[in-house]
Design a protein around this ligand. Structure first.
Ligand SMILES: CC(C)(COP(=O)(O)OP(=O)(O)OC[C@H]1O[C@@H](n2cnc3c(N)ncnc32)[C@H](O)[C@@H]1OP(=O)(O)O)[C@@H](O)C(=O)NCCC(=O)NCCS
Length: 146
């Protein structure tokens, strides 16, 4: 396995992994997010052995009245989950936000993924809720990059 390469993606390039990882068992199969084309949105992935193995989307969007970036669509190919790739991608994205002067990253995290985010410096904020699209329990998680 080659070392993971961080690659910039178009929104469309995230769709196959979103479908395979985030939408395979959900009531909706929609892989287009309205925020994908918001001003300043960008998409970052990891390539291993020329295969796209992880995707993420980063959208400038205030949180609790403060300038912030919302992380959406974090997905690692199912057969590679738990091998550290998601962590590499998350840190690469947060590093880019920090380099651009950003301070806050937040996400609506599936409860199953909350330990992943907490392991990377995010804190859980507020009460849990059921996400409308997936019907899965979620919490908001926030990371201060300072
Ligand atoms: C959550 C996710 C993006 C993390 O990526 P990853 O490549 O598996 O992450 P890493 O290997 O760097 O880290 C694994 C950690 O994530 C957590 N985790 C969450 N879901 C997991 C899963 N399905 N498989 C393995 N680990 C998972 C574990 O706490 C693990 O911690 P550990 O290493 O201390 O045991 C990935 O598991 C995934 O795509 N899951 C399904 C979709 C999802 O829930 N996306 C997030 C939506 S908010």
């Amino acid at each position: 396995m080659s070392p993971p390469e961080v690659v910039e993606l178009t929104a469309e390039q995230t769709h196959p992994l979103r479908l395979a990882v985030l939408r395979f068992d959900t009531p909706t199969k929609e892989v287009v997010f309205a925020e994908d084309t918001w001003p300043g949105a960008w998409h970052l992935g990891l390539r291993v052995d020329s295969q796209l193995v992880a995707t993420s989307s980063w959208v400038p969007r205030d949180h609790s009245g403060a300038p912030a970036v919302q992380l959406r669509g974090m997905a690692t190919a199912r057969h590679l989950q738990g091998s550290g790739l998601g962590g590499v991608l998350l840190e690469a994205g947060c590093g880019r936000v920090r380099a651009a002067g950003g301070v806050l990253v937040w996400a609506r995290a599936r409860d199953a993924a909350v330990p992943f985010y907490v392991g990377h410096g995010f804190v859980v904020q507020g009460e849990g809720f059921v996400d409308e699209a997936t019907q899965l329990p979620h919490h908001v998680v926030v990371r201060d990059l300072r």
